[in-house]
Design a protein around this ligand. Structure first.
Ligand SMILES: [Zn+2]
Length: 94
């Protein structure tokens, strides 16, 4: 099991997520998010996993930058943890 953190692999992405979450309590969780690699559910899926595959609930949270959707976060059922990240705008990866 990887012990990498998202902010070590994609520092710009992690910073962007925290910035766009503003005062949302989820912002405080970004620094400690693990990075478990890209999702392998299908050939076309480019989601980044921050929890084991299959643990994301259908609770999406889309983040906007300058009015444009750049990221969609999948949260756990309680809405308090980010389980995977769909990158809609590759510019946020840096
Ligand atoms: Zn997937």
């Amino acid at each position: 099991m990887s012990t990498l953190r998202l902010r070590e692999v994609y520092p710009r992405l992690a910073r962007t997520i925290a910035d766009l979450l503003l005062a949302d309590p989820l912002a405080a969780t970004v620094d400690d998010l693990p990075f478990l690699g890209p999702c392998t559910c299908s050939a076309g899926c480019a989601n980044l996993l921050t929890a084991p595959p299959g643990s994301a609930s259908p609770l999406p949270m889309t983040l906007l930058r300058d009015g444009k959707a750049v990221l969609t976060l999948s949260l756990d059922p309680s809405g308090t943890a980010i389980r995977d990240i769909e990158v809609l705008d590759a510019a946020v990866l840096g």
